[in-house]
Design a protein around this ligand. Sequence first.
Ligand code: MN
Ligand code: MN
Length: 466
Amino acid sequence: MAEKSKGQEMLEKLSYKKKNVFEESSAERVKSIYDYSVGYMKYLDDAKTEREATEASILLAKKAGFTEYKLGEKICVGDKKYLNHHGKSLILFRVGENDVEKDGIRILASHIDSPRIDLKQVPMYEDSGMGFLKTHYYGGVKKYQWTTIPLALHGVMVKADGEVVNVKIGEDDTDPVFYINDLLPHLAQRQSTEPLGTAISGETLNILIGGLPYDDPDVSEKIKLTALSLLNDKYGVTEEDFLSAELSLVPAFKARDIGFDRALIGAYGHDDRVCSYPAITALFDEADTKRTVMVVLADKEEIGSVGITGMQSDILVDVIREISSSLGKNEIVVRSKSKCLSADVTAAYDPNFPDVYEKRNSAIISSGTCMSKFMGARGKSSTNDASAEFVGFVRRLFTENGIVWQTAELGKVDQGGGGTVATYIANHNIETVDLGVPVISMHAPYEVVSKADVYMTYEAFRAFIK
Ligand code: MN
Ligand code: MN
């Protein structure tokens, strides 16, 4: 190798540049990157809603030796527990031998709800030979993306007697799927000139559910009756049971490798299973168990972290209080010593749409797990904005553990910005910073991430909790 010039040496020593995870990795680590994605892709297919993610995560937790915890139970050093919060969010914790008044709790907090199309409470009707369901979309969606793709129906219906019926249609290869109509190009001349945001309105996101009239000349709404009778046969439900149901349409696609080299993963719901899965597997896999660690899989992030299962609920602090009091420790001190990675996705820089990004401060795909010191919008409004000291602490951890990572802001100043659960955790006097996986086409029915970034996020979480 030719000797480096003084300038080259100085450049290396003094300047900062993002790195590509694959280029930085040994052949062994590249193999681990690809191997790790297999489990993640299975999790994606098993866990398309927060209820399914809760269930799938509990299954993995049980395999890792975790047992169910109920509020009020005594907690001891060595415990590995999970709290199933209304079947829609999950708090897992492992109690270590370190003094939690000195060491605090290391918290990984992500969310398991994703943008989708929810049913209204009185959804079913028929018109012009077709049966439909009325919907109200959930979270930030570009409505036009949800038309003309196969959709699966997931959720629960609570019958008059309180029985809860699980509904899942469209995931098995032999299942029918559902559909949202769009105009043919021939008749879309006016629609094509409308802005993307209004060309498809919320009230046109109606789900096509059938077309076979019930075989009886004496009844009206025959197609609707066929659908109701099939639902009654399969689930024992009536139209009134939709009143007490939570039913969602999600893309019927499976997670798949993307690209000739299979470096990327396409799937519905990376946001935020791509942080949830690394968080739980880091907890299960990390053999260094001296610290007390908590993983929160929250619901309702996509609509403001509201409700009993959202991150604004008291449940997080309730569990910290229970751990503290069980161990005879002061909860206020424990929170003040705790540290949290708010684990959520960020927007990956997309060279097809360079105008909305400021490239130096954007997440570059395959450049590692991505820290956002602040998110916010218009003057950093409503962002957590972690301190330089805390960012410095995490930086040292990552350097010590060979983590390839980067920093980013979501989009250009005054164009981007977004909320995460970070602010709600920081409200409890817990130091918090956002960290997660860069995503291409975030909130689309099929999103894309890099296997390298998923794996680096997993390794980053392991470094943080050990
Ligand atoms: Mn998210
Ligand atoms: Mn989101």
